[in-house]
Unconditional design. Structure first.
Length: 260
């Protein structure tokens, strides 16, 4: 006889070989889901809320243990239809009342929503709308003078040593924007760097500032937010939003109420 478990959401009997409950559709491998009344009597624990289209709350994952893995096919929380997730993408760690997320060497990484202004460095990757951009040192290279001392005639070299490069879905480089001033505004229209066909980017979405020895990214109160890619292990706070694959999750910590 096949082994079975009870669905943590509706109580239906589900074979352990199934990933989802046939009654309510909840993930068999995910942590139990709760209603508002249940949360008041159960032991407090961090929660991850899946955000669906138009910002609507979806499934809630309760992180009752100390470690929960997430991925496309492996882990406690699985999204088998998301081809942008690695099989084992990330791990959430709950330690002494603090919550961390660790990238497990995923192909597409983890992105945390920017609050105000954050520091960048060469190689930093961030997301605005559907655009993935990387900060790079601009080194055009090559010689300006031929061996016979004739100077090459072409566009002048950029004065600033920075550029923003678009990363396409294939991983190949797309648009390349050389920085000419102290800042670059990014948005849909009227900015230094416009993406007019991106329906998820705001008119003025974010700004990258370049100062001597410092680079920073500032979200300009965009509707969908700006996200910075993080590596290794990163501590999460109440109200943080995490992008992994095509999934957007909101962090809710015990005693903090529902995040805005």
């Amino acid at each position: 006889m096949a082994e079975t478990v009870s669905c943590s959401q509706c109580g239906a009997i589900v074979p352990t070989s199934h990933q989802f409950c046939g009654q309510c559709g909840a993930s068999v491998g995910a942590a139990p889901l709760t209603t508002g009344s249940q949360r008041a009597v159960e032991s407090p624990c961090p929660r991850l809320v899946l955000i669906r289209g138009e910002g609507v709350d979806g499934t809630t994952f309760r992180l009752e243990g100390s470690e929960y893995s997430c991925g496309r096919t492996n882990g406690d929380i699985r999204f088998p239809q998301d081809v942008f997730l690695s099989p084992r993408h990330a791990t959430f760690l709950h330690q002494n009342g603090r919550l961390f997320v660790r990238d497990e060497g995923s192909l597409n990484g983890l992105y945390i929503r920017v609050r105000g202004t954050v520091s960048l460095s060469p190689g930093s990757i961030f997301m605005a709308g559907e655009q993935i951009l990387v900060v790079e040192t601009a080194d055009p290279g090559g010689q300006m003078v031929a061996s016979d001392q004739t100077h090459f005639f072409a566009s002048p070299r950029p004065a600033r040593p920075w550029r923003l490069r678009q990363v396409l879905e294939s991983g190949r480089p797309g648009l390349c924007h050389y920085v000419r001033g102290d800042r670059v505004s990014i948005g849909r229209d009227g900015c230094d760097l416009d993406f007019g066909e991106d329906r998820f980017i705001s008119g003025r979405h974010c700004r990258v500032d370049f100062a001597i020895g410092a680079i920073s990214l500032t979200d300009l109160d965009s509707r969908n937010g700006s996200y910075l890619r993080v590596s290794g292990t990163h501590e999460l706070s109440h109200g943080d939003y995490i992008f992994l694959g095509k999934q957007l999750l909101r962090v809710e910590m015990p005693g903090k109420g529902k995040a805005a």
